[in-house]
Ligand binder design. Structure first.
Ligand code: OMP
Length: 220
């Protein structure tokens, strides 16, 4: 794990974004941890978050023509990433987001910002089963654009629920990569969160690693 990844995990815990307990996921699974990106909620936290996303993009070597932040949570994430790429990496990339409901007056349509064309880099929060990303791909394909990849904060490294994808031995992310022929890049993975809890965290936090390992054995 690189230093910036360890710093990101510390930052997420400090901001209460990464929490431990009992959480029911969109997929119905009951998870011993949850990552709520909506709790990065001050100017300073968002600025710092953008720098982590930008760093992950630069480290990945992924190239694209436009950044896309899917509604709702991807909108601020995409915006802060675009700002950080410009401010810290000298990359001034076009940025687009979508509305969930298409507007029928004024500028019309459901896309706002730069045209969604060429290679699109999707900025999102978390992929668990890969359901949300399927919807985003429909928007990109409707514009005849091509997905360059997805950048997320946390890869939960879970299997897709039965009945989705088909390659059951693979993780939901591997299925997303195979189905849409694009890479998924994350700032951190669950393995790195576990490594952090087991090697760097205070005792009151390191205890959560046991429950997470059990969960991973079941769904990972
Ligand atoms: P999938 O659509 O199943 O890949 O789940 C991704 C979505 O689940 C995210 O966009 C969130 O809305 C939500 N989620 C989190 O935000 N954090 C988590 O730790 C877990 C989930 C989840 O419900 O799986």
């Amino acid at each position: 794990m690189q230093d910036y990844q360890r710093e990101f995990i510390e930052f997420a815990i400090e901001q209460d974004v990464l929490r431990f307990g009992e959480f029911t996921l969109k997929s119905g699974r009951v998870s011993p941890y949850f990552f709520n990106a909506g709790l990065f909620r001050s100017g300073q936290a968002l600025a710092r978050l953008g720098r982590f996303y930008a760093r992950a993009i630069v480290e990945s070597g992924l190239e694209a023509d436009v950044l896309f932040g899917p509604a709702y949570k991807g909108i601020p994430l995409g915006a802060v990433t675009a700002v950080a790429l410009a401010d810290h990496h000298d990359r001034d990339m076009p940025f687009t987001f979508n509305r969930k409901e298409a507007k029928t007056h004024g500028e019309g349509g459901s896309l706002v910002g730069a045209p969604l064309e060429g290679r699109v880099m999707i900025i999102d929060d978390v992929i668990t089963a890969g359901t949300a990303i399927g919807e985003v791909m429909e928007i990109i394909h409707a514009e005849s654009a091509k997905a360059a990849g997805v950048v997320i904060a946390l890869d939960r490294q879970e299997r897709a629920p039965d009945g989705q994808g088909g390659l059951k031995a693979n993780s939901a992310i591997q299925e997303v990569e195979a189905r849409f022929s694009m890479p998924v890049v994350s700032i951190v993975t669950l393995d790195q969160v576990l490594e952090y809890l087991e090697q760097y965290a205070q005792q009151e936090l390191s205890g959560h690693a046991v429950a997470i390992r059990d969960y991973r054995a079941q769904y990972g």
